[in-house]
Ligand binder design. Structure first.
Ligand code: NBP
Length: 488
């Protein structure tokens, strides 16, 4: 084992330090070490540090430390310290302890799933102390952390010069391009990681709906549906989540001999990043209906008293199951693809809105590029998103880009058939149907919002604009008077 105990006066040898050695931190530390970096390792409780060194110390050069002082002494200057601890108060505690002991020019990197507003606050406080603070979103779970995650670092461009090459080296690579790039200032990295997770929620919800349609609409078994997903993974839907859906559906439970999915309790949990995405979208006024439906669908699955009180309520007269199984399966594939395009279109709109709100200057095409590998939503079609934003950096929505427009137009008949069949069969499809409604709303020339404005003017004198007047000119009807119109 090439690890060593480092007293505080030893010459600094480590290029990077990792504090917080639970599953994510230890795997990232190993990733750095496997790439030839000397890695200083630290954890609040020494047991995790020693476990890492005992099990994996031979994978590279680690420097063991028991205290923050030892840890910092082991690092070359300017020091680069990656924090991988639980988000929230633990992260603040570690930042405070490090900042007390670090020197101007040193870089603190928070690689946890921190809320971007916390990152904005921390970056400002750390900058005022002369240090650099980088909030870096890291996606890919424990496997990605070890073998190459997708990394979304925010913070000062200056610190990326020193930090970027290391992060790019340990990130996943697609076609030789690293899945890591500087996102923008302060909280931008954690913001885009949050939206990435929101898109992941939406992707998983849509996959779940496709599974349920094939199960309840066609009576297919889990292994049969696994075959369908494996086949889908060879085409436009080629993605990590579709690939692992086939794996999970094919798994047999050793105890009962049934498909594992049939014995797993149907209540989905959440750690909070989906909820954060929706809250932020509400503040920004961006309709991320796909992500919101996914977050609510998880909440509904966990609404046990409500489900117990209503299970078996009348369905009303149901339609008949599809007779052409192959056609219906193809329809579901098309509906899944179109709904997924909507979910990504909405997520990218939220990133554009966040970037405008906080002056981050985020390049959406860069995100499509670095999400192609390492992360949970990695998918072949991210290449298409990258191309779309490269062709038009100001693209108002992916749905207007030529490739996506044709893909959705090709899918639309299937999409409508799936939504109406599901409704006729009483199968809940909040993701598919809200995505279709979003698409229909966008392409509709006149929305009922005109009536909404009329009502708002009636009860609250909130005014409205006219289709035949200059934009920005406001009008009000004297509803309780003679009902003539005045300019407001
Ligand atoms: P956890 O989120 O489970 O955090 C455990 C680590 O936090 C341990 O090292 C623990 O030290 C340390 N810690 C805590 Br708890 N309170 C502390 C405090 N007050 N001071 C110092 N250290 C403290 O670890 P994880 O699952 O490896 O995730 C690390 C970060 O990466 C999190 O922010 C997580 O959201 C994010 N993330 C996780 C994944 C994933 O797939 N798990 C993916 C992407 C991002 P101890 O050993 O002494 O208790």
């Amino acid at each position: 084992m090439s690890s060593s105990s480092t007293p505080s006066n030893t010459t600094a040898t480590a290029q990077i330090g990792v504090t917080g050695l639970a599953v994510m931190g230890s795997n990232i530390a190993r990733n750095f070490a496997r790439h030839g970096y000397t890695v200083a390792v630290h954890n609040r409780s020494i047991a995790k540090t020693d476990a890492l060194l005992a099990e994996h110390g031979s994978e590279g050069t680690f420097v063991r430390s028991e205290t923050i002082a030892e840890f910092l002494d082991a690092l070359e200057k300017p020091r680069r310290v990656l924090i991988m601890v639980k988000a929230g108060a633990p992260t603040d505690a570690v930042i405070d302890e490090l900042a007390e002991a670090m020197e101007p020019g040193d870089i603190i990197i928070d690689g946890g799933n921190s809320l971007y507003t916390d990152t904005i606050r921390r970056e400002k406080a750390i900058r005022e102390r002369g240090l650099h603070f980088v909030g870096a979103g890291i996606s890919g779970g424990e496997e990605g952390a070890l073998n190459g995650p997708s990394i979304m670092p925010g913070g000062p461009a200056e610190s990326y010069k020193s930090l970027g090459p290391l992060l790019e080296e340990i990130s996943a690579h697609v076609d030789g391009v690293p899945c890591c790039t500087h996102i923008g200032p302060d909280g931008s990295g954690h913001f885009v990681k949050m939206v990435h997770n929101g898109i992941e929620y939406s992707d998983m919800q849509l996959i779940g709906e496709a599974y349920q349609l094939l199960r309840d609409g066609l009576g297919k078994s889990a292994p049969e549906i696994a075959d369908v997903f494996a086949e889908w993974n060879t085409g436009d839907l080629d993605s990590y989540l579709v690939e692992i859906t086939a794996e999970v559906l094919r798994q047999t439970d050793a105890k009962t001999g049934k498909p594992l999915v049939d014995v797993i309790v149907d209540e989905a949990e959440q750690k909070g990043t989906g909820r954060w995405t929706v809250k932020s979208a509400l503040d920004l006024g961006v309709p991320v209906t796909g992500i919101a439906e996914a977050v609510f669908a998880r909440a509904l699955s966990g609404s046990v008293p409500q489900r117990k009180a209503t299970v078996g309520l009348a369905s009303g007269e149901l339609g008949t199951a599809p007779t052409d199984a192959a056609q219906f399966t193809e329809d579901v594939r098309q509906a899944l693809y179109a709904s997924k395009i909507v979910a990504y279109a909405q997520g990218f709109n939220q990133i554009q809105a966040g970037s405008a709100e906080y002056d981050w200057n985020v390049t959406p095409g860069d995100l499509a590029t670095i999400w192609r590998g390492g992360c949970i939503i990695r998918a072949k079609f991210l290449n298409r998103i990258k191309d779309a934003f490269e062709a038009d950096p100001g693209l108002p929505t992916l749905l207007a880009a030529p490739y996506f427009r044709s893909a959705v137009e090709a899918a639309i008949d299937s999409w409508r058939r799936v939504v109406s069949t599901a409704t006729a069969l009483g199968i809940p499809i909040p993701g598919f149907s809200s995505a279709l409604s979003y698409y229909d709303a966008l392409r509709t020339e006149r929305l009922p919002a005109a009536l909404t404005q009329g009502l708002r003017d009636y009860f609250g004198a909130h005014t409205y604009e006219r289709t035949d007047a200059e934009p920005g000119q406001k009008f009000h009807t004297l509803w309780s008077g003679d009902r003539s119109e005045v300019q407001a």
